[in-house]
Unconditional design. Structure first.
Length: 299
């Protein structure tokens, strides 16, 4: 297939592009800069110049391809609401272009959009429309009834390899800055995790065979306590590990405090069975211990 990919030069997207090409697909990648275009060409992909704000360009890419994977997202936390709205408009533009085409359309979302349920989140859990990026999920799935083979891939907060660790990278930076590896309260709130290579394999399987209207969880480790993550960070950098009271969290973690306390245990049982997908790559803790992105001097 010729697959139009947005976000194909990102941390996860670049791995997905390589995996798609290894599987025999052609890739048309959206590039908003000369640097992105060169990165795509180096990987062997075709280039469509433009950005996710340019809806006509998105439609052009969708119409000229056999399938679409949408991963681009503006992670600007200073105006996150605008980034979420931009993502919704992009999903809508691509979905409209694909009506009655029966083309596969994989949309990226996050497990954190369905959190704090006091149980494991499953693929059947829909999520509150007002949670970040969940509105785009709802909009995308509308096209499953309009002749589009749309599916959702929810990524966990910890998408990792030895270079980057998702939200754990931020925890590590804060620990090095503050001189201690901390968690909130008893630290029993949980995060899921996935290695980038396993996530890329799931995107490939989704584009090839995910049924229309399905939600997929790109999760290998379903339930890692934040206390345990903090302990591994402490071990790696020889830092003390301690609990932070809720009323001290904002001072210690800054804007990240609201994320650190989220409980997000997430099941991927249905995903694994549906697509015969089995994560096989290193665990989050293995990649924390082998992480090479920065050291104490960079804190």
């Amino acid at each position: 297939m010729r697959i139009f990919v947005t976000g194909g030069t990102g941390f996860i997207g670049s791995v997905v592009v390589k995996k798609l090409m290894e599987s025999g697909h052609q890739v048309l990648g959206l590039a908003r800069s000369a640097i992105s275009a060169e990165a795509l060409r180096t990987m062997g992909a075709e280039v469509l110049e433009g950005s996710i704000e340019q809806l006509d360009i998105l439609k052009m890419g969708a119409l000229s391809s056999d399938a679409v994977i949408h991963m681009a997202f503006n992670n600007d936390f200073s105006d996150y609401a605008a980034a979420v709205e931009e993502d919704l408009l992009a999903v809508t533009a691509i979905g409209e272009a694909l009506i009655d085409s029966n083309k596969p359309f994989v949309v990226t979302s996050g497990t954190l959009g369905v959190s704090n349920l006091n149980r494991f989140t499953t693929e059947d859990d829909i999520g509150d429309y007002h949670m970040p990026r969940i509105a785009a999920e709802h909009k995308a799935l509308e096209y499953a009834n309009k002749g589009v083979r749309v599916s959702i891939v929810r990524l966990p907060p910890c998408v990792h390899d030895t270079n980057r660790l998702g939200f754990v990278t931020q925890l590590m930076k804060i620990a090095l800055e503050k001189g201690k590896s901390a968690y909130i309260g008893d630290g029993e709130n949980r995060w899921p995790a996935i290695h980038t290579l396993d996530a890329a394999e799931l995107f490939c399987r989704a584009i090839e065979s995910a049924p229309a209207g399905t939600r997929l969880h790109a999760v290998a480790e379903e339930s890692i306590p934040l206390k345990s993550i903090s302990e591994v960070i402490g071990k790696k950098y020889d830092l003390p590990v301690m609990s932070i009271a809720m009323d001290e969290a904002l001072t210690h973690f800054g804007w990240f405090a609201n994320v650190v306390g989220i409980d997000n245990p997430t099941s991927s049982v249905v995903t694994k069975e549906l697509l015969a997908w089995k994560p096989i790559n290193p665990t989050l803790f293995e990649d924390i211990m082998c992480h090479k992105g920065f050291d104490k001097r960079e804190s």
